[in-house]
Design a protein. Structure first.
Lengths: 151, 340
């Protein structure tokens, strides 16, 4: 069979398969993502409010820093005991987008690849999922910094 | 009569027999519809080992060892072990083979490995080059997941077309004997690629390969789907089997009630695997438990077992290549003396 014929056959097959595949149900996934994502944000707000209540001298920025540290720790802990991935199954972006998702994406490969050793396993693979986020974060902040410097 | 039939099929005139078999599966598979048929169900997925890779080897070791025992043989009677798995450089099978200290052929046919090893083993036995050949394969959900996809604890969502890699292993012993179900034919598959690039849709990538092998088999042996009590594909899953049925119908072969797929049989609907099971262990475990049992009972008299494999790697997917598939088929005929 020549290449062109192959190409049209493959194209037809792909169109056919596309029409067969079950689609993700938009509405329930959106609702779950909204509810769980919103809940994580509410918890974050709660933590920072409580912190400011307990320690009256604490400013809002310092309280937020502590709040982030607490959320990162809790998500990392939940990943370690195997709970966070179960939340992710139904919450989707709701538990990926907040900082807790970032924590999960670093903790989970760290646990997974620990068996290959501390340096070549844990340290190397730790950023295998979160790496792209860090790189794009660095690039964007560099570009923003340059723009800020010029104008 | 020659031993080659048509274009891709071999006829085994001396009829190698299945004299021993063993299946072992993980906890999740052990909750599925075939829980009463498997020889052994793991209590936890680590199987008392320090890593999932070691657990996979231990499963294979137990499957091979116990299938030899079931055949009433000693390890020194084995002339050859043929097998493979999904892990890079097929470490599970070859590392396991070092414990047995017998000749070993490592093969890679992705999830088609069970049928491929049966075809190779049957050829050696039928040609009387070797007396006893062990065919084995296995996979583990957690090792496949980390090699092909994401860390286990990552909170991501699986797409609805995805399949669940089966934790399981199966082993079959072949010999020229007076009793046992016979392997009578094998159709060796061609690598078939219809341009599917989505690594989360293996069923669609492998269905054309299954179609190619099944059609060649029917043409070569001058049979039709109705001549078999059961036509069983490896791990196409629900979506893949539907596609295969459409493709076959399009080519003038209707797969009816006698068609099924190990992937869609493996789990109950409430086990949330989406399209069903996949992996070498999927069809190997079902073949070495349920299918052989039903042949014993006489429910099936002849079975066309066509295991399918997706020959991709993470590297080929990342470089944007499409997924080639392969399918090998073997025919197992019932020995009426068994089970009476």
């Amino acid at each position: 069979m020549n290449k062109e014929k192959h190409f049209s056959r493959n194209e037809q097959y792909n169109v056919y398969v596309e029409s067969k595949i079950p689609k993700t149900k938009d509405f329930p996934t959106l609702i779950w993502a909204f509810l769980v994502g919103g809940l994580i944000c509410v918890i974050g707000q709660g933590i920072s409010d409580i912190l400011m209540l307990i320690v009256p001298t604490m400013g809002i920025e310092e309280a937020n820093t502590w709040m982030l540290i607490i959320l990162i720790f809790v998500a990392s802990f939940l990943t370690g005991i195997g709970v966070y991935d179960r939340i992710g199954v139904f919450a989707g972006a709701g538990s990926i987008v907040p900082i807790t998702g970032f924590s999960n994406s670093i903790t989970s490969p760290a646990i997974e690849f620990k068996k290959e050793g501390i340096i070549f396993g844990l340290c190397v693979k730790m950023f295998s999922v979160a790496g792209p986020v860090i790189v794009s974060g660095l690039v964007i902040s560099f570009v923003t910094g340059i723009i800020y410097l010029l104008f | 009569m020659g031993k080659k039939m048509g274009d891709q099929t071999i006829a085994f005139l001396n009829k190698p027999r299945i004299v021993g078999n063993y299946s072992i599966v993980g906890k999740k598979e052990g909750c599925g519809p075939f829980k009463d048929y498997f020889h052994y169900i793991l209590k936890d997925d680590l199987f008392g080992e320090s890593s999932f890779e070691h657990a996979e080897r231990k499963m294979l070791e137990q499957a091979i060892g116990c299938s030899i025992k079931n055949a009433g043989m000693n390890i020194n009677d084995v002339d050859l072990i043929v097998g493979g798995d999904l892990l890079n450089q097929i470490i599970s099978t070859s590392f396991t083979a070092r414990y047995f200290d017998r000749p070993f052929l490592g093969i890679y046919g992705a999830c088609s490995t069970m049928a491929e090893s049966l075809a190779i083993g049957a050829t050696f036995v039928d040609g009387k080059y070797l007396n006893n050949v062990v065919c084995a394969t296995g996979t583990h959900f957690s090792t496949a997941e980390r090699q092909y996809r994401f860390p286990l604890e990552l909170g991501n969502q699986r797409p609805p077309t995805s399949q669940w890699t089966v934790t399981g292993a199966g082993s079959t012993v072949l010999r020229l004997a007076d009793e046992g179900h016979m392997i009578t034919k094998a159709t060796l598959g061609k690598v078939t690629d219809y341009g599917i690039k989505d690594a989360n849709n293996m069923g669609a990538a492998m269905a054309p390969a299954a179609m190619s092998t099944l059609i060649s088999h029917f043409k070569d042996t001058k049979t039709s789907p109705d001549d078999y009590d059961l036509i069983l594909t490896g791990d196409l899953g629900k979506l893949g089997s539907e596609i295969l049925m459409d493709l076959m119908e399009h080519n003038g072969y209707k797969l009816g009630k006698n068609y099924n797929d190990c992937g869609q049989m493996m789990y109950n609907n409430n086990q949330k695997t989406f399209q069903g099971g996949s992996g070498c262990g999927c069809s190997a475990a079902i073949f070495n438990s349920f299918i052989l049992k039903k042949l014993d009972e006489g429910v099936y008299k002849n079975v066309l077992y066509a295991a399918t494999g997706a020959l991709l790697s993470t590297l080929s997917t990342q470089q944007g290549d499409s997924i080639p598939g392969i399918c090998h088929a073997v025919v197992i005929e019932r020995d009426s003396k068994v089970g009476e």
